[in-house]
Write a protein that binds this ligand. Structure first.
Ligand code: HAM
Length: 422
């Protein structure tokens, strides 16, 4: 293929051999999230740019350099969503979901877009599972969300993940911490990168997100946000930890975990693995009590998280596709009359949900049997014009090789009743 037609860096195809693992992740998510009372929603991939710049914050990497933005015919900025939380908060407000019940537990799955430098586990189009719990300020709700994330990984058989936990305080106690951090960074200006020299004045928390080595070194002795929490935030955070302890979920406190988005307050968390190299977070989230109000909605609290699906799928063992999918039946048709009736039977069986494969190439018996074998069909029905005339076909068990005659009258009903096939 000509190079100019190939997909560009950071965008990847999900090929059929991976599909089983994606489906497994999606179906386990739906089952688990339903048991926690979450309902699925879908929001558009394209939103007003302002939705993201206001929600995520101008100084964040996402807004300042990673968004795919275009202008619509009226000259308004539209952006391919870099994350789903802002869109879900918008939907909560725009459709007044809170009037049905202030508590809304919502989830969504789908592609996100960030113009980052591609590397292992980091793409420009990637997929997330997002869960957002609107309307409940209680620490039990924080635990609920974190436990749900951990149970998802548990279901997938991951036992080596580490839950990092922090609290980012609230509008009462954060300014004090911000000032302490600014003072601390003021002495380190020379060792900070130019971006962080600016951030140190406008949004010092973002210095914690910087990947430049000098900046990493500079924050090693930075003040801890956990030491400047007000009493209410401190109690809230203690309580979250107690609830996690009650269900036996271990965690590491990490006061440098600020998460790369501005909307967070209080609980912030990230679930990490050491099996993925530098891109070690498989999920991240936190409380964002001010966002719904900031976007023009009621003053309702919220908390949520997102799972990076590519990263999780890459950790799922290829053999982890629990059930190898195989066609229920292959129909071998030999001769014109048989072909026509076999076509009718194939469609009738598929309509009833049976996975039936066949060959439209009018090949011989040997070639068709080979194809049935390659597809891993459980049974094969062989019908030639001779069999068709006598009203008897041959049904072969592909595993044992056993073959028996079957009546072609009522063949569809008879096959549907065969337990061994389904
Ligand atoms: P985030 O930490 O930016 O949070 O992304 C969540 C997860 O998405 C990451 O932990 C990672 O697994 C995956 N991810 C992020 N960027 C990429 C990428 N370029 N390539 C592959 N995977 C990636 C959020 O997006 C928040 N909206 C999470 C949230 C929901 N907070 C509250 N509710």
């Amino acid at each position: 293929m000509h190079w100019s037609l190939r997909q560009s860096k950071g965008f990847k195809d999900i090929l059929p051999e991976e599909a089983g693992r994606w489906q497994l992740l999606e179906s386990e998510t739906r089952k688990l999230f339903n048991s926690f009372g979450f309902k699925e929603i879908k929001t558009p991939l394209l939103e007003r740019t302002e939705l993201f710049s206001r929600s995520i914050g101008q100084e964040t990497d996402i807004v300042s350099k990673e968004m795919y933005t275009l202008k619509d015919s009226k000259g308004r900025g539209m952006t391919l969503r870099p994350e789903a939380t802002a869109s879900m908060a918008r939907a909560y407000i725009q459709h007044r979901l809170y009037q049905r019940s202030p508590i809304q537990k919502l989830f969504t799955m789908g592609p996100m877009f960030r113009h980052e430098r591609p590397q292992k586990g980091r793409f420009r189009q990637f997929h997330q599972i997002n869960a957002e719990f609107f309307g409940d300020p209680s620490p039990r709700c924080d635990a609920d969300i974190i436990v749900m994330a951990m149970y998802l990984f548990d279901r997938l058989g991951f036992s080596d993940l580490v839950l990092n936990l922090n609290s980012l305080g609230c509008p009462q106690c954060r300014p004090g911490f911000r000032k302490d951090l600014m003072d601390y960074l003021g002495d380190k200006t020379d060792s900070l990168c130019t971006d962080c020299q600016r951030r140190a004045h406008v949004n010092p928390l973002r210095v914690f997100d910087c990947k430049v080595e000098g900046c990493n070194q500079s924050i090693l002795d930075a003040p801890s946000v956990l030491e400047s929490l007000c009493e209410t935030c401190g109690d809230h955070f203690e309580s979250v930890q107690d609830y996690l302890g009650r269900v036996g979920i271990p965690f590491d406190l990490n006061h440098r975990l600020v998460r790369g988005l501005d909307y967070y307050n209080r609980t912030a968390f990230e679930i990490q693995t050491d099996r993925l190299g530098a891109q070690n977070a498989v999920a991240g989230g936190g409380r964002y009590d001010g966002l719904v109000k900031l976007l023009g909605g009621p003053d309702h609290p919220a908390i949520g998280f997102a799972v990076g699906m590519e990263r999780v799928v890459s950790l799922l063992d290829e053999d982890g596709e629990r059930e190898v999918k195989r066609p229920d039946l292959f129909i071998v048709a030999l001769g014109g009359k048989a072909e026509k009736s076999c076509f009718d039977w194939t469609m009738a069986l598929r309509k009833k949900g049976m996975w039936v494969e066949t060959d439209y190439g009018s090949k011989g018996l040997k070639a068709q049997m080979k194809k049935a074998d390659r597809l891993g069909a459980k049974k094969t029905l062989i019908v030639g014009d001779d069999e068709f005339a006598t009203g008897k076909g041959l049904l072969r068990d592909m595993k044992t090789g056993e073959q028996k005659e079957v009546d072609l009258q009522n063949i569809v009903t008879n096959l549907l009743n065969l337990k061994a096939i389904r």
